[in-house]
Design a protein around this ligand. Structure first.
Ligand SMILES: NC(=O)C1=CN([C@@H]2O[C@H](COP(=O)(O)OP(=O)(O)OC[C@H]3O[C@@H](n4cnc5c(N)ncnc54)[C@H](OP(=O)(O)O)[C@@H]3O)[C@@H](O)[C@H]2O)C=CC1
Ligand SMILES: Cc1cn([C@H]2C[C@H](O)[C@@H](COP(=O)(O)OP(=O)(O)O[C@H]3O[C@@H](C)C(=O)[C@@H](O)[C@H]3O)O2)c(=O)[nH]c1=O
Length: 292
């Protein structure tokens, strides 16, 4: 089975390219700037050239704050490019695995969001990702969209590495404690994708195509996430910056973020038997690598 992975240098793309795929899997990859999701023709040419049996889209414009002033750039990658990809996959009759975000929700719900809850993005990034979801659903019947949240890895840029970098320079860190969600290791998300691909390979006719939530198990806040990072930093190095819980209002950013980002993962478990590990467990594993 030949799998085309778009966005190989990103957090998820890297984990997918370095994962242990079963024998008989051939991987092909595309990366910016040779391959540009936002440039007309690139997606179609890549799908044509590689002639894969399945595509995983790991590209995205992920600069949440910058997107507020670069709407067209975010839209070109996350919505328009994704629409072209869905059409290209449908044209060849191949499945598309796509990734979306908790930021498609407005965060106003009490409790975890299910796949049936209406989206209501409060940022340009969230809106562009919501448009990408619609484009995939409309353009390619054989799709799995995994909505995940707060992704980090030892490779790439993310909150964990930001905390470690700032934590090495500053005595105090101030982090918001009123936005709730679940950190997700890119390696766990990649493992879920491998399991879904295995199911598709086994018998595509029985795959329950659709949107699924797929995050680390449990819930915390960005402050709780940082607390665990600094606990481990302390254990490993003896250094621990003071961590102060603040409110969203104390930390103004160009983009609004949902106060509640919790996603209910039970549909993924029921349909595919996939459940990601508790977020603390995966974070400790990634920190072991980062702090080694
Ligand atoms: N990061 C997070 O916290 C979360 C991410 N997600 C979603 O998960 C998926 C994977 O995200 P993640 O791996 O973390 O993201 P990254 O930002 O780590 O990687 C995204 C990749 O997309 C590439 N890319 C950006 N613009 C283009 C373009 N025009 N053409 C081709 N490639 C491009 C980037 O290239 P380059 O390396 O040159 O920048 C990078 O390789 C995305 O769909 C994202 O929306 C969902 C929830 C949380
Ligand atoms: C760096 C920093 C951030 N924060 C806050 C700002 C924000 O509310 C929260 C997270 O900040 P970041 O900007 O690092 O993370 P952000 O870019 O908002 O992360 C998001 O990325 C996109 C791609 C997604 O899809 C989301 O799931 C989510 O992971 O922490 C602090 O309170 N103190 C700090 O020192």
């Amino acid at each position: 089975m030949k799998i085309l992975i778009l966005g190989t240098p990103g957090q998820l793309g890297h984990e997918l390219m370095t994962a242990s795929w079963p024998a008989g899997t051939e991987l092909a990859g595309e990366a910016y700037p040779d391959f540009d999701m936002g440039r007309a023709g690139d997606v179609e040419a890549a799908v044509e050239r590689h002639a894969p049996d399945l595509v995983v889209n790991a590209t995205a414009y992920t600069a949440v704050d910058k997107a507020e002033s670069e709407r067209a750039a975010a839209w070109a990658v996350n919505a328009v490019g994704v629409g072209r990809l869905a059409a290209a996959c449908a044209g060849r009759g191949i499945p598309l695995i796509h990734v979306s975000t908790d930021y498609v929700f407005d965060g106003g719900k009490d409790g975890a969001y299910t796949e049936d809850d209406p989206v209501g993005p409060v940022s340009v990034y969230g809106a562009s990702k919501a448009a990408g979801e619609i484009a995939v659903c409309a353009g390619c019947a054989q799709h799995v969209i995994l909505r995940t949240s707060w992704v980090y890895a030892s490779h790439g840029a993310n909150f964990v590495k930001t905390m470690l970098r700032f934590g090495a320079e500053r005595d105090e860190m101030r982090v918001v404690a009123d936005q709730h969600g679940a950190p997700t290791a890119a390696s766990d998300l990649a493992a879920a994708i491998l399991a879904i691909v295995a199911r598709i390979r086994e018998n595509p006719a029985t795959v329950p195509w659709g949107i699924y939530h797929c995050t680390g198990a449990g819930v915390t806040t960005w402050h709780g996430f940082a607390e665990r990072i600094f606990q481990r930093l302390d254990q490993k190095t003896g250094r621990r910056p003071r961590l102060t819980a603040i409110t969203t209002a104390d930390y103004p950013t160009p983009a609004a973020r949902p106060a509640n980002s919790r996603l209910d993962n039970s549909r993924l478990q029921a349909a595919f038997g996939i459940a990601l590990p508790p977020w603390e467990e995966s974070l400790d594993r990634v920190l072991d690598t980062l702090l080694a």
